[in-house]
Design a protein. Structure first.
Length: 397
């Protein structure tokens, strides 16, 4: 069984986080981005759709996007476009999608995304477009995103959610460092992977970030270098396009190094705000999955050396758990620091700074509670009331 086949056999905890995003954020995108589009038309594009469903029956990204479309069917017209080049995966995907009711008939492409993207962009030119790109390894072309998806006009809206494999970049960087230390050129499979990474990352610039990785077994240094590469790659993709980006490293377990990064590209601060909210809620799903996996391995989640997974209160009550209180206190400190050092600012413009280390754990109610706590203490003027409180200026009294 290949690693790709093994991935589709059962959903891992790291995939739970990703799917937590896909079950939430596309709904928000459709509701907001489809508001001023003709006939409220929205397209969800899954550029690497896979089999559609895991071997254990759990829904894959195509079914999650179909369900998201259902949630807004009363006020948005959402179509799914699914791309899969692998023959066996495509056959299974077609069968899976034929068994579910879709709001609009899905469009399937049995080709590579590189090959069919121009056709897709012409097909959706009047639709708001949310594209989810989750290739197995570095299969993407740098220009496919920057000069393709991110070259669409500002209207109708476009957003791209991209999976960046940190583990692949780290592993390849380590192999490159070893080859250089031995004075040997890359050959065979490592050379092919490096060439794919060059294509994905827009050149061989990433290789220099591994010059300081001292040992081929130093996974921590290699992963930190890979995360730096992912950040620079996001900046390069967004530069000059009018898009901003934010990202979240995702770990298989709390005690392991990040395996991948989820990066959102959006033109609007509201996208960043809502994505941060979805990250926090997906983080709750992930912690539950990690806790269940720990019990299955015979490890108590109460062991602080492995897990700090105090479960959220039922219903997401932001007043009951110690974690929630800690998150609110951290966010409040971040807000007060920004108001003191930057001056008056809007939370909508400084979302990642406001969340800080709580990104992927906290969500909107925690930010609101932090603002309200600061207001009650007489420290800031914003009272945290209203749906658009994040657009009001935060200033110190």
């Amino acid at each position: 069984m290949s690693s790709n086949d093994d991935f589709f056999a059962t959903k891992k905890a790291a995939a739970v986080f990703k799917h937590g995003i896909l079950s939430r954020y596309p709904v928000v995108f459709a509701a907001k981005a489809g508001m001023n589009v003709r006939d409220h038309r929205v397209t969800f594009l899954d550029g690497y759709a896979g089999q559609g469903r895991y071997g254990d029956g759990e829904p894959g990204s195509p079914l999650l996007l179909v369900e998201s479309a259902r949630q807004v069917e009363s006020f948005r017209s959402v179509r799914g476009i699914f791309v899969e080049r692998n023959d066996a995966n495509f056959e299974n995907l077609s069968q899976v999608l034929s068994e579910v009711e879709c709001v609009r008939k899905p469009v399937l492409f049995h080709r590579s995304l590189d090959d069919c993207l121009p056709e897709i962009l012409d097909l959706v030119k009047e639709d708001a477009l949310f594209a989810f790109l989750d290739p197995f390894g570095p299969a993407l072309d740098f220009n496919l995103i920057r000069s393709g998806l991110l070259s669409r006009p500002e209207r109708p809206p476009t957003e791209v959610l991209l999976h960046i494999s940190v583990s692949t970049v780290a592993r390849m960087g380590g192999q490159l460092r070893t080859a250089r230390a031995d004075g040997k050129p890359l050959t065979g499979s490592p050379l092919a992977t490096a060439q794919r990474l060059n294509r994905f990352l827009g050149g061989d610039w990433w290789q220099e970030h591994f010059a300081t990785v001292s040992d081929k077994h130093d996974d921590y240094q290699a992963t930190q270098a890979a995360l730096t590469v992912a950040d620079k790659y996001r900046d390069m993709i967004a530069a000059g396009t009018g898009f901003m980006s934010m990202s979240m490293p995702v770990r298989p377990r709390p005690d392991l190094l990040p395996k991948y990064v989820l990066a959102l590209f959006t033109r609007h601060v509201e996208g960043v705000w809502c994505f941060a909210d979805a990250l926090g809620k997906a983080g709750a799903d992930w912690r539950r999955a990690c806790t269940a996996a720990a019990w299955n391995r015979g490890i108590s989640p109460d062991q602080p050396t492995l897990f700090d997974l105090e479960m959220l209160a039922p219903g997401g009550d932001v007043t009951e758990s110690a974690n929630n209180r800690d998150w609110i206190a951290t966010i409040a400190a971040n807000i007060l620091h920004l108001a003191t050092t930057v001056g008056p600012f809007r939370i909508a413009d400084r979302v990642t700074d406001v969340y800080g280390d709580t990104l992927g754990s906290a969500w909107i109610p925690h930010v609101r509670s932090a603002v309200q706590d600061l207001h009650r203490q007489g420290l800031i003027a914003n009272d945290g009331k209203g749906k658009r409180f994040h657009y009001a200026l935060i200033r110190r009294y």
